[in-house]
Design a protein around this ligand. Structure first.
Ligand code: GDP
Length: 314
């Protein structure tokens, strides 16, 4: 396949480079003979439009990857709606508009699988976008992500910019947020199962009924997909990134407990929200471009737990 965009020798700004996705993108890009710029939060405040514009004017990257976002699990999303909608819309607006006024022609914006309607037909194709009502537990985040996607389409349509978007499914891996309240299910459950083991507890509570289905994608697979898209994709359709495999939260909890070595009983707490009943992406479009996931869930979970043990306080 012929590369539409060459990364070699290019200056690439990875916005959000200290986060889980951004740091994985930086690791993958370092194999590409390009120059990576990756200011941290203290060096550049993405919520400040003036600072973003100045930064772009001075550094003039050739390409931008927007992996910066205010993210969190089901509880964080439903209890901090203002932060999720304001910060994500502002980050998208500041960077995408800043890129345009500074004549930066190539940009990749990261969406999320939660942009799709709650009742979308499964597996969800890219055409399902805006065809129905969103899942209420994360609609604030979803609206912000849809705004970023629509900005990429609008700047392509009006100004001819080569701005693209992609939405990975539920991500996990190294550098994740293992906080039990604000993290997504894999890191939060891993941390809680680990603490339950260390504290010799008999039970572990799993949020929700455990019967809902999720598709999980390792962050290194996601980073490779994003770099593949930077090279080969230039359509205005925001493109899905998934493994094609799904698992119930109950099966996931059993796997996590196995890996962590917690042998107690699982209790399902249906006072906590389930969220979407099912969230499987149809990833045919990216597969047809020559990318597929390579890290199996079991393997990815083991690697994540090893990282967690070395890199967190416990
Ligand atoms: P979602 O995919 O947007 O719903 O995000 P999450 O990763 O936060 O949650 C996925 C599913 O896992 C939901 O049904 C949660 O109720 C369930 N779940 C079970 N235990 C936990 C937990 O400890 N933390 C989180 N965040 N979710 C959990």
């Amino acid at each position: 396949m012929i590369e539409l965009f060459k990364l070699r020798g290019k200056k690439i700004w990875v916005a959000g480079s200290t986060g889980m996705v951004g740091s994985a993108v930086v690791r993958e890009l370092s194999k590409e003979e390009c120059l990576i710029i990756a200011p941290n939060r203290k060096e550049l405040d993405l919520l400040d439009q003036l600072s973003v514009n100045q930064f772009l004017k001075i550094t003039k990257p050739d390409i931008i990857v927007i992996a910066a976002a205010t993210v969190g699990g089901i509880l964080a999303n439903s209890t901090r709606p203002a932060e999720f909608i304001y910060e994500n819309i502002t980050i998208a607006g500041n960077i995408i508009h800043g890129a345009h006024i500074n004549e930066i022609n190539r940009l990749l914006f990261l969406g999320s699988a939660c942009i799709y309607p709650r009742e979308a037909e499964q597996p969800m194709t890219e055409e399902a976008l805006l065809q129905g009502r969103l899942e209420p537990t994360n609609e604030w985040y979803a609206i912000a992500k849809i705004s970023g996607i629509k900005m990429c389409q609008a700047y392509k349509m009006q100004y001819g910019r080569d701005y693209i978007s992609a939405q990975p499914n539920n991500l996990y891996g190294t550098h994740d947020n293992f906080d039990v309240n604000s993290g997504h299910v894999i890191p939060a459950l891993m941390q809680r199962a680990h603490l339950a083991k260390v504290n010799c507890e008999d039970e572990l509570s799993v949020w929700g009924t455990g019967s809902v289905l999720r598709e999980f994608l390792h962050v290194d697979d996601c980073a490779r997909a994003l770099i593949h898209l930077l090279k080969f994709y230039n359509d205005d359709i925001p493109i899905n990134i998934g493994t094609g495999e799904e698992i119930t939260i109950k099966e996931l909890a059993i796997k996590v407990c196995d890996i962590v070595g917690f042998k107690g009983k699982l209790i399902f707490d249906d006072n906590k929200p389930d969220g979407s009943p099912r969230k499987l992406l149809n990833s045919d479009r990216i597969k047809n471009l020559g990318w597929k996931s390579s890290i199996k869930l079991e393997e990815g979970l083991k690697e994540t737990y090893e990282w967690y043990k070395i890199n967190t306080m416990h």
